[in-house]
Design a protein around this ligand. Sequence first.
Ligand code: DGY
Length: 434
Amino acid sequence: ATPLTHAAADVLRANDRGEQTVAAPLLYPHQWSWDAAFVAIGWGTVSVPRALDELRHLLRGQWRTGMIPQILFSAEPGYFPGPQRWRTVGLAAAPSDVVTSGICQPAVHSLAVWIIGEQAHRNGGADAEAFDLFLADTFDAWLAWHTWLDDARGTHPSGLIEIHHPWESGMDNSPRWDAACARVRVGEMAPYIREDTKHVADSGERPADADYDRYLWLVEQLVSVRYDDAAAREVIDFRVGDVFFTAVHALSADLLARLGTRLGRTTEAATLREMAARARAAVAATVDPGTGHARDYDMRAGEWLTASTIGGFAALICGAEPREYTRLVADLLGPAWCGHASLANPLPPTTSPDSPVFVSRNYWRGPQWPVITWLFTWALRHHGESEAADAIAAAGRRQLADGTFAEYYDAVSGAALGSRDQSWTAAAALAWAA
Ligand code: DGY
């Protein structure tokens, strides 16, 4: 262990609430869905049983539909919107013993299960046994999650997984959603006070108030149909095919298929492989011939969303035809992205520095996010681009050497931004060292 991994493990321990890790102290005092998956990967390098507990806890929030919700609320105060705004309690589809929000986040969980499984089997002994037991116990839950995505969110002819809220993308205020958000007509709703801006040094690091009005309005629209997916497709102002989400679903479904094969679940494994193939084809079909980048699709307006963001590199996550994959890797490393002259660190910025809407310090509108950087390095290695993965990982580790475990970093000045001691940033440090 190095001083950095020691410090990273300390962050996880400080944010540990027993079986769940808060995504961050103060700013995110609950268990978040995709955060929990990355956090479990981090825990896996420290303690496999603790990693498995994190995922088991998350599954307590799984809806009867199969959806894994974005937030499982803890008793800690300080976050808005809380349960009163989400109004999921008492819904037939929601779990009865924990309180959750009513939307989802990218399906990185089976990726986490895969990685923890590899770690457990490297460790051998009790860790390997605990993992195998866990996998046998939870395989059907992960299968139900991907099946729900495919059935309830994969109905559009494009084959893209659709989302009904920018929060479902995990990249809340990314320029990816600007055009679709501009079409949201905010109606009458109860007044509210934001909490998030109280926990950062400068509100310019967070989404704007106008964004929050839309976020809260979309929650009202979802509440009005009691989170019924078919009804939501009709009423929701924000209905987009998320190419990055689709790519993550493809990668995870493929890995879950491999785990299913090990369990002897060959029929389910074949179904998962088909799901993954459909999703990968959907990602490939979004590529803009002009830029070579993947695009999101506004299903409400029937238009491509063309902002120049990290979402354009979705195929690097799920895989693509080899020549296409190599071309995208060169593009990511090249002078328009990681190698852009304005960047403090040669790491993927969330929005192109050449885009007119790039803001180096605002949340998903420019900053570099260590956890996203890590995800790209894992996927690059998985798809055979180890050299590129190593180069980015080395720069990613250098960025974390400041020891703040910041949520994200100013792409131009290199300053730490957002929350400090963010759990998934600590997890990225641990995963890189494993
Ligand atoms: C937030 O509250 O900022 C989160 O990103 C929502 O998931």
